[in-house]
Design a protein around this ligand. Structure first.
Ligand SMILES: NC(=O)c1ccc[n+]([C@@H]2O[C@H](COP(=O)([O-])OP(=O)(O)OC[C@H]3O[C@@H](n4cnc5c(N)ncnc54)[C@H](O)[C@@H]3O)[C@@H](O)[C@H]2O)c1
Length: 314
């Protein structure tokens, strides 16, 4: 049986995608999780186990460490060779990336370089990459042909990796980049959701205010050129995003079986935009959300929204 390596598999999107992937093809492939726990918690493995009814292999490894990463590939080489990679592992806080670009390039770019290097060494040429809408300039109608114009080092790391993937794909193999807008929400039973070590994105922050763990929400800027002055984003439900990964991986598997070469990139968003205050007001219908307007964050943009709600036809 071949293996699917999921890096960052204990994180928000990774953990939920794993449960959906397991339901779809977990009997045909061995799913291996790799994470360094820098933004996740070991208990997530227990939750995954309780949902799918099987304990998956977990390797607590940092992708910046080439040797440890290589050991993981070697371990399964004879029995369950790693033939597919879903690469979620990354640091993702825009503000922190502005303060510490080296940390972000080191973790995201060097880590991915190591991973692709190991993959090449072990003849694994099927790669699904978590890119981001931050690769684009801000805008209301961003489609896949919009040029790369990231506004912060986090987005830059995604661009560099996408260039690397594009170059590698010219040598053959199957490579797909999914550029997500803003994933939100949790599984229907509430067992898995966004539980960062430190909340950074809007929804986990609001939720901490709603349950009284944090006193108030800081809204970064109210003089953007939007209907209420606060930033507008395109929010996609996490289960839809997880499903996109399952479908994408199944496509890579089909193409791999036919030995077809492939390279592509897709936006994953809804095409609808909501401002920070739209979200605060909606939450406040259920529980009052105290907030304070504060300075804009460096690296943030006014509007980032997918062209429309459709995945590109192909
Ligand atoms: N959540 C979003 O808003 C969003 C939007 C667009 C793209 N993305 C991308 O999707 C991917 C997953 O995001 P998420 O929201 O699940 O984030 P997350 O922080 O919840 O998950 C990332 C996981 O990767 C792990 N990790 C980080 N660096 C690592 C390293 N060097 N070695 C091994 N493991 C490492 C973390 O511990 C964490 O478990 C990331 O690549 C992110 O850039 C996220």
């Amino acid at each position: 049986m071949q293996s699917i390596l999921v890096t960052g598999g204990l994180g928000y999107i990774g953990s939920i995608t794993i449960t959906e992937l397991y339901k779809a093809i977990g009997k045909q492939y061995k799913i291996i999780i790799l994470d360094n726990l820098s933004n996740s918690n070991i208990q997530v493995l227990d939750t995954i186990t309780s949902i799918i009814g099987e304990k998956l292999d977990l390797h607590i490894v940092d992708i910046q460490n080439y040797n440890e990463l290589n050991e993981v590939f070697k371990k399964y080489k004879e029995t369950n060779p790693i033939n597919y990679i879903i690469h979620f592992a990354a640091l993702k806080a825009v503000g922190e990336s502005v303060e510490n670009p080296i940390k972000y390039y080191q973790n995201n770019v060097v880590g991915t370089l190591n991973l692709l290097n190991c993959a090449e060494e072990h003849k694994c040429q099927n790669f699904l990459f978590s890119s981001s809408a931050t690769v684009y300039a801000p805008g209301e109608f961003v489609d896949e042909e919009a040029p790369f114009k990231p506004s912060n080092p986090y987005g830059e790391t995604k661009v560099v990796i996408e260039y690397l993937i594009r170059s590698l794909s010219k040598k053959g193999g199957r490579y797909l980049c999914l550029r997500y807008f803003n994933p939100v929400g949790a599984t229907k039973d509430g067992k898995l959701g966004e539980m960062p070590n430190k909340p950074n994105n809007l929804f986990p922050y609001i939720e901490q205010v709603a349950i009284g763990n944090l006193q108030q929400l800081y809204v970064f800027g109210n003089d953007y050129n939007t209907h209420d002055g606060t930033g507008i984003r395109d929010y996609i439900h996490i289960l839809d995003l997880a499903e996109a990964h399952v479908v994408a991986l199944q496509e890579l598997i089909k193409k791999d079986e036919k030995k077809e070469n492939y390279y592509d990139y897709f936006n994953i968003g809804t095409g609808k935009g909501f401002s920070v205050l739209d979200i605060v007001n909606e939450y406040s219908k259920l529980v009052p959300i105290k907030y304070q307007i504060t300075d804009k964050r460096v690296g943030d943009v006014a509007i980032l929204k997918n062209q429309d709600g459709q995945l590109r036809e192909d």
